[in-house]
Design a protein around this ligand. Sequence first.
Ligand code: SAH
Length: 368
Amino acid sequence: MTATPIATGSRPNLLDLSLAECEALVVGLGVKAFHGRNLFKWIHKHGVTDLDAMTDLSKTLREGLRETVEIRLPRLAAAHPSADGTIKWIFELHDGQRIETVFIPEGRRRTICVSSQVGCALECAFCATARQGFNRNLTVGEIIGQVWHAARQLDKPPTNIVMMGMGEPLANFEAVVKAMDIMQDDLAYMLAKQRVTLSTSGIVPNIYRLREVSDVSLAVSLHAPNDALRDQLVPINRKYPLAELLPACKAYVANDKRRKVTWEYVMLDGVNDSLAHAKQLIRLLEGVPSKLNLIPFNPFTGSDFGTSPPERIEAFRVRLTRAGIFAMTRRTRGDEVAAACGQLVGRVEDRTRRLGPVRIETGRRIAS
Ligand code: SAH
């Protein structure tokens, strides 16, 4: 495990800065903008966090930087490798909260599952993260810091990023978008837009907002084919029902014929997994370019649900496929180290009870 500098001061964190902000920073310190590009590249492409090792930056610039900013990364607290190659990393943040990040190798794919919040405020009925409560949004540096560490830990760079770890990424809009821009930057992690996927439970106004500023792939946690059931499983549906969610997702992929919405559908025994549900789903998705990921439910201590038997999942999948919807069953990965979908818990000091209902900034209006 590499030693990680963990500064605790209150100076701006270089990990929070976009390329343009790095350029502006060095211009403010009296040198040309391209030195900012070099600085950004040192940190993200080469993984260097010691200013003295950034040999092509002048001594005066390095001194200027040392006086004005710092480099603050999450601390890698533990790594839990699983027999299937999955690794769960636990990161400790400066305030003692802990978040989890997962590496999932699959053939040539090396996917990093990244967290966007400490805990989650959305209370989906079948998710372990929801049980932890919510503490706060992650900063840009804490989000991209997970990718920074992953890139250093692995012998080959990651090929895909999924914003599917702890938290609801669209409830931390600005920081998530900025971090996803850094993931795609050629001077940083060089990931093509189709290789960065944001997964949301369906915060409709922010799906429209995302379309304005980003073109990453969109995954949506659907889990039910009608409002009555989805209201129970994914309570944000009461605020943004299917009649609003579907048009937003359709609009997101509208300007590129090759794009599809990825729908995630957790298979809960006897709850949402019948052929009648499959039929409803086919009707619901009519006219929306779609692919479906069926996720066998991953149990956790205290959960009230069971996993659908494999033959029922397969019957559901075949029914969808026959209707022309590409559907695949996600293989459960990393469950022996509690790294599978919905099992990430970190260490979260729940503040929701103290702070009252969590408000989600949607840019246009406040959704409480
Ligand atoms: N909040 C975002 C990001 C989390 S992604 C979202 O809801 O999309 C994690 C995915 O795993 C989501 O589709 C989530 O619904 C699913 N999930 C949560 N708990 C699960 C569990 N116990 N078993 C299987 N999948 C689960």
